[in-house]
Design a protein. Structure first.
Length: 359
């Protein structure tokens, strides 16, 4: 097995209790005020004991829940309010105006709704755009096809400031996502920036979700039960709520309580594979409301298209902890998922279980 970071071990052995175990609907709530204003790596060098309490909480949340909420995260309330405002203005536009930037098989970025389609499983409308514009992904999911293509964002004419507001928001949440990734790395006993090289040309995207009031909430879900295929999801939701997480201990669905100015974080399939099942991507879903509309904005933090995903060598021991997954290409995985939104590919929806090594 690879060497565990000695600074991390020393910090954990002498850790103070920095904050109490706050909970929101059972989901751990973690205060990031210690590290929200500066580089995590620099802070850890000078304050390893202070930060170890946060690292321990992150690790416990990833192991026990796969989900947690963060406060004092460094993303300003002003930016978040402007984002929420322009998102509502966009979704309030007439349908024909929103469909001017509708996504399709050629460009999977843009607007999509289920109102006039056969897909009534999810009661919502969405607008997708990538953080890096353009974003490079494989042209096809075929293993032998090495061609790539660019995905380009489709920005609507109205509201006119939507693009500027969200590009500013992207920079702020991207910074938070890297910081969370470094905390997760530390919690695994790895150097803070162990994962960073995987994200040089990342394929991350943001989705604006609008869930209209549903007249028959018992017949539909905002989003059906699923796991996130990427590395990390950073979600903001309004005060309506509706996100439910499947608790690992008993399989019960737990409603996540909305907390003002917080973010909900969940580890995705990629972190499950990198950690060799130390951390698990957990099922979640969204229930709809019969009286109030709901808005949420997830940031899906995904690695570069050429990254080969496999358990990290530092977390693998041939005798005690052998690798539990065969490696797979993230770009091919991502492209398969995107194409399956528009046509049947003749194969089962790709999951990390397809790469699981039989014991």
């Amino acid at each position: 097995m690879g060497e565990v970071d000695p600074a991390f071990v020393q910090a954990i052995e002498h850790r103070p209790k920095v904050i109490t175990g706050l909970e929101a609907g059972g989901i751990p709530l973690i205060d990031l005020s210690l590290i929200s204003s500066q580089s995590l790596e620099d802070y850890f060098k000078d304050h390893s004991q202070a930060i170890s309490g946060v690292v321990e909480q992150i690790g416990g949340a990833c192991k026990d829940w796969g989900f947690f909420q963060v406060i004092n995260h460094g993303v300003s309330s002003d930016v978040r309010k402007r984002v929420e405002k322009v998102a509502k203005v966009f979704f309030d536009l007439p349908l024909e105006e929103k469909r001017k930037v509708r996504r399709d098989e050629v460009n999977p970025l843009g607007y999509y709704d289920t109102e006039h389609t056969k897909n009534v499983r999810d009661w919502k409308e969405v607008f997708d755009f990538t953080v890096l514009d353009p974003t490079v992904i494989p042209l096809s999911p075929e293993p032998d096809d090495q061609r790539v293509r660019e995905m380009n964002n489709q920005w609507p004419n109205y509201p006119p400031d939507l693009r500027d507001v969200f590009e500013e928001y992207c920079r702020a949440v991207e910074k938070l996502a890297f910081k969370l990734l470094e905390l997760i790395s530390l919690s695994l006993g790895l150097p803070p920036k162990r994962f960073n090289d995987f994200f040089k040309d990342h394929t991350s995207f943001i989705r604006l979700n609008h869930y209209p009031p549903c007249p028959s909430p018992h017949l539909a879900l905002g989003v059906g039960r699923h796991k996130d295929g990427g590395a990390l999801t950073v979600l903001t939701q309004d005060d309506v709520g509706g996100l439910e997480v499947k608790r690992k201990t008993d399989g019960e669905w737990i409603r996540v309580k909305p907390i003002p100015d917080s973010y909900i974080i969940n580890v995705g399939d990629i972190i499950q594979v990198w950690s060799n099942d130390r951390y698990e991507s957990v099922e979640h879903r969204v229930v709809v409301n019969s009286e109030r509309e709901r808005f949420s904005i997830p940031f899906f933090f995904n690695p570069s298209h050429y990254v080969m995903v496999k358990p990290l060598e530092e977390l693998v021991d041939k005798e005690k902890q052998p690798a539990k997954y065969k490696e797979y290409n993230w770009g091919k995985f991502f492209t398969t998922r995107k194409l399956s939104n528009f046509k049947k590919l003749g194969v089962e929806n790709l999951q990390i279980s397809h790469f699981k090594i039989s014991e």
